[in-house]
Design a protein around this ligand. Structure first.
Ligand code: XMP
Ligand code: MG
Length: 185
């Protein structure tokens, strides 16, 4: 994986290191899109985008998929500041019909995996024909729990540090930064 080069001066106060630069983000997302296309091109899947963190990733990934698919959006929240709260709230699935549909969950980052486990459990009960998971980032963490679903499509693996940018926030800020960086704590 490429390092992202120097931190732009306007973000030095908040970011200690650029982990993934915007060129590498788009290059890798096109590769992930190719893998997804191989499997899903005739399946008209539903991409279930986990807001808010996955919004930039889903937007770029979806536009790199050259076949029919649908987008739906849910909320899942487990963090306050930089600490996981241990409970995951999910909002929005009640309006989506998944019967007989192929579903791809689009996440920003898998850390302990609790959010993904909770989302997949909700989808399993809703009659989907298949459920796979795609995450922009997977954290190299010792905290992964039992029974965490496999992340079928991973764009990047990152160290166990709090990261922001390209959709990821610190208390709702910094989502718009076009690269992924380490938050300066
Ligand atoms: P779990 O532990 O459930 O966490 O796998 C996944 C969710 O927690 C958020 N998260 C982060 N958000 N920087 C962020 O901005 C991080 O380093 C980070 N780690 C976890 C994220 O919302 C993800 O969906
Ligand atoms: Mg999130």
């Amino acid at each position: 994986m490429e390092t992202g080069g120097p931190v732009p001066s306007e973000w030095k106060e908040f970011i200690s290191e650029v982990l993934i630069g915007s060129t590498d983000l788009s290059k890798r997302i096109n590769e992930v899109a190719l893998s997804i296309t191989e499997h899903y091109k005739d399946l008209n899947p539903i991409l279930i985008v986990v807001l808010k963190g996955a919004v930039m990733f889903a937007s770029d990934l979806s536009r790199a998929l050259p076949f029919r698919h649908e987008l739906e959006f849910i909320r899942a929240k487990s963090y306050e500041g930089t600490q996981t709260t241990g409970t995951v709230k999910i909002i929005g699935l009640e309006h989506v019909t998944l019967t007989e549909r192929h579903v791809i969950v689009i996440e920003d980052i898998v850390d302990t995996g609790l959010t993904l486990r909770r989302v997949c459990k909700c989808l399993e009960g809703a009659g989907a024909a298949s459920v796979k998971c795609c995450s922009l980032l997977v954290k190299e963490t010792a905290q992964r729990h039992e029974g965490i679903p496999i992340v079928d499509y991973v764009a990047f693996r990152v160290p166990d540090k709090f990261v922001i940018g390209y959709g990821l926030d610190y208390d709702q800020a910094f989502r718009h930064i076009p690269f992924v960086g380490v938050y300066r704590q």
